[in-house]
Ligand binder design. Structure first.
Ligand SMILES: [Zn+2]
Ligand SMILES: [Zn+2]
Length: 345
């Protein structure tokens, strides 16, 4: 906790009484935070006895494991593979043309996904402050961030540096696939495993994220690497991959599993784009559903990590935080409420 406390950026000016009254009228606490009056819950997966009905509802329901988020990412990956991927023949030899194609296309994907969320929530302010966890908009004129601007800083790391690391993993892996240096799974020969692998990828991602995240909270790594992501106590869409290059390399290393486990390049692209796109949806700072209540999105689970630092390292499917005693459900007197000292204004 001490590390985090020493790295707090300056808070906005203390709210005066009028502002406090406005907060109270909007259902916010004195600090301006909006909190759900229900706890963060784990998906009904790793529970015994398994509640079959709840499990099926979670798997196939809306919102659930399959949609909308994972199916949107799958659509991005499929469109990428069928329409915008350099041919495997070209990928067999490193050359600027196809490498640039992958990089530019990935930036386009990123701007479509992150850009549309950011435009709707933070520029057009389509939801206003409704169910926005933090009452403040992203910081401007702040010495904490590059260019003195939180959004520009976040875009630099997420898109500028993150886009390069993302594309780097893809270029090397496509070269490996093209040269048959790594195993290639055929749909026609293993259809059941082909589909199963898609279903397992988000679970694998969550496990890998937890392990890497715990590692970078180790004091020396936190101090030199992970601190950068945690400047965003009030995250926005572009905070998603606002990470130090070392963290980006560790975070996206989730795709290295395809170098060992037989898979199709479409599995790899799905895993990669799940890793690089979903942080936009997990950091925008709003409790969904948004867009007239039609689009479920947001992660209070991960917002609590940005708010309190020493809790909720994973996500809400595999109860790793509960098993290791770091789960916080977000209610003032709820599970994990006394885990760590809260940040002081
Ligand atoms: Zn985060
Ligand atoms: Zn962290």
């Amino acid at each position: 906790m001490s590390i985090a406390l020493t790295r707090l950026p300056p808070m906005a000016a203390q709210p005066h009484s009028t502002r406090t009254e406005e907060y109270a009228a909007a259902g916010r606490n004195a600090r301006g935070e909006w909190r759900p009056d229900y706890p963060v819950r784990y998906a009904p997966v790793f529970q015994w006895p398994l509640r079959v009905k709840a499990f099926l509802k979670w798997l196939f329901g809306w919102p659930g494991y399959l949609w909308p988020l994972s199916s949107v990412v799958f659509a991005f990956a499929a469109i990428t593979w069928f329409f915008f991927q350099p041919s495997m023949e070209r990928c067999a030899t490193f050359a600027p043309g196809w490498i640039a194609q992958i990089w530019v296309r990935n930036l386009a994907i990123m701007w479509i996904f992150y850009g549309s969320l950011h435009y709707y929530l933070h520029i057009r302010k389509g939801e206003g402050l409704k169910k926005k966890y933090d009452a403040n908009w992203p910081a401007t004129n702040s010495r904490v961030f590059l260019f003195r601007d939180q959004v520009y800083d976040n875009i630099f790391w997420t898109c500028g540096v993150g886009g390069i690391v993302w594309s780097g993993y893809e270029v090397v892996t496509m070269w490996l696939y093209a040269n048959h240096f790594i195993p290639w799974l055929e749909w026609a020969r293993h259809p059941v495993w082909f589909v199963t692998l898609f279903l397992l990828i988000p679970i694998w991602r969550e496990f890998h994220f937890y392990v890497v995240h715990r590692l970078i909270h180790w004091k020396p790594l936190y101090k030199h690497v992970h601190y950068l992501h945690h400047k965003n106590i009030n995250p926005n869409t572009w905070s998603g991959m606002a990470m130090h290059p070392v963290e980006l390399v560790l975070y996206i290393s989730v795709v290295l599993i395809h170098w060992v486990v037989p898979s199709h390049p479409l599995h790899f692209l799905y895993n990669l784009q799940h890793t690089t796109l979903t942080p936009g949806a997990g950091h925008h700072g709003f409790e969904g559903p948004i867009a007239n209540g039609k689009v479920p999105t947001g992660s209070y689970f991960h917002y609590l990590h940005h708010r309190y630092f020493e809790c909720n390292y994973g996500e809400a499917t595999i109860p790793l935080d509960r098993w290791f005693g770091t789960f916080r459900d977000g209610l003032p007197e709820g599970e994990g409420a006394k885990l760590a000292e809260e940040h002081k204004d």
